[in-house]
Ligand binder design. Sequence first.
Ligand code: SF4
Length: 271
Amino acid sequence: MNEINIDTPLAIKVRKQITRALSEYHMIAPNDKIMVGVSGGKDSTILTILLKEIQKKAPMNFDFEAVMLDQKQPGFDARAFKAFMADQQIKLTVLEEDTYSIVKEKTAVGATYCSLCSRLRRGILYNYAHQNNFTKIALGHHRDDMIQTFMLNIFYSGKLGSMPPKLYSNDHRNIVIRPLAFVAEADIIELAALWGFPIIPCNLCGSQEGLKRVKMKTILDQLEKEIPDIRRSMANALGNIELSHMLDKNLFDFNSELRPTKTVGISESPA
Ligand code: SF4
């Protein structure tokens, strides 16, 4: 493992983007107790490291802890990751629940596990947050996750929607925040390589290859060759919606005077 130097230009850039998202979307309130859902991957790990730095200089007090779920996938080994988090002085709780067996049993042959897997994981983590009086749940989704979710919803579900930076969850018990909303995946990959911390591989379930999300990333990579700024432009579009130029009859009464009839509802995003 390399030294975790939080003063490299890239780390400073990412930290500033997190701080901007926290501020613009009012993600943290005084005395919040935040549960950071960590997977052992690069995104949520970088979030915890930089959130610790932000906490030191924040104008308000807040606490956070990392919580991970061991879903009993074959080969899952959190020992090195646990030691790393202890080294960073970040409190980590590892919950154990064998969702892997359930997902394998309930998923049809050839289908991907992700939908059921992430639903079960979300339920367990949300319950834990509620039962342990956390006021917010921070997740490690970044800008590219949001863009890809947007594409998935258009291409496969016939709706416009992404992952909101701040969300009152569907179970009405938790507030979810996504502090990496402005951070590009490419920067996270580069920073993770620079810091070289231990990562728990995300392909233990064997389902990774079939993910539609991978397809969205490939499409974006191809388009980026012709439209270099496409990711930034799409991310900007998510915060710059011209509602009156859409076709949604639930938002505008096209039979009468064209006045908004209700505000946009926000629903839970797919994993
Ligand atoms: S990639 Fe594997 S661990 Fe991740 S959501 Fe899909 S099934 Fe679950």
